[in-house]
Design a protein around this ligand. Structure first.
Ligand SMILES: N[C@@H](CCC(=O)N[C@@H](CS)C(=O)NCC(=O)O)C(=O)O
Length: 219
């Protein structure tokens, strides 16, 4: 079976990453969405996916889990997912891995909720502030060094690095995080990408029964 298992689009940041890579690579797979129960309690996912999580890709006999591994798999079909030049590619790999492994301050303070539009939280803790500053610097420096050919981190092609940061872009919008002009311009370029717009539309069309109070009532 060729499928990409994902969670509720409104909330599942990791699913967005896997889905974007699969779309860029044009893999012929069906999306299968399982509504998240919240708090890592989605037993329907645990039963299917080897690591108990989404995204999980099954494609032509290959089983791939962990969003970064899915991105790597997709890059075998779409080499443009990594910059062609060695030094730029090394930088892209480093920041993609840094995102995959970290920035817990931002991830904890700002759960992904695509239904939330520019509503700040009353207070920002220190870990979140530190992460915001680091991410702003990464985006700005990468754009300055490698981004000249277009609006994304490495120019005109969406790379795995952009994909890894895409759900951070949506969170910064949801929670009205102030960014430097360069980082803000980058965030807007990502939000305008047709795949991001499509994901937002699909998220908006999800059944109301999938809404989770713990996410929706967050101040
Ligand atoms: N490191 C994993 C993280 C994936 C992850 O945390 N997925 C969450 C949804 S965003 C999940 O599947 N949770 C299981 C559950 O809700 O039971 C990756 O990069 O794919």
């Amino acid at each position: 079976m060729n499928r990409l298992l994902i969670g509720t689009r409104r909330y599942s940041s990791w699913s967005l990453r896997g889905w974007l890579a699969v779309r860029v690579a044009k893999l012929n797979v069906l999306d299968q969405v399982i509504p998240l129960r919240g708090g890592g309690q989605t037993v329907e996912i645990h039963r299917i996916s080897p690591n108990g999580m989404v995204p999980f890709l099954e494609h032509d006999g290959a089983q791939v889990w962990e969003s970064l591994a899915i991105c790597e798999y997709c890059a075998e079909f779409a080499p443009s997912l990594w910059p062609a030049e060695r030094i730029a590619r090394a930088h892209a790999r480093s920041i993609a891995a840094e995102m995959h492994a970290g920035f817990c301050g931002v991830r904890q303070a700002f759960p992904m909720n695509l239904g939330r539009d520019r509503q700040p939280r009353p207070q920002l803790d220190e870990a979140a502030q530190k992460d915001i500053a680091t991410i702003d610097r990464i985006w700005s420096e990468t754009r300055e060094r490698y981004g000249a050919g277009g609006g994304y981190l490495f120019g005109s092609e969406l790379t795995v690095a952009d994909i890894m940061f895409a759900p951070i872009v949506t969170r910064f919008r949801s929670y009205a995080i102030a960014l430097s002009p360069r980082a803000q311009a980058y965030a807007e370029a990502i939000l305008a990408h047709p795949f991001l717009r499509e994901w937002y539309e699909l998220a908006q069309a999800e059944p109301k029964e999938w809404l989770l109070d713990s996410y929706e009532s967050l101040v």
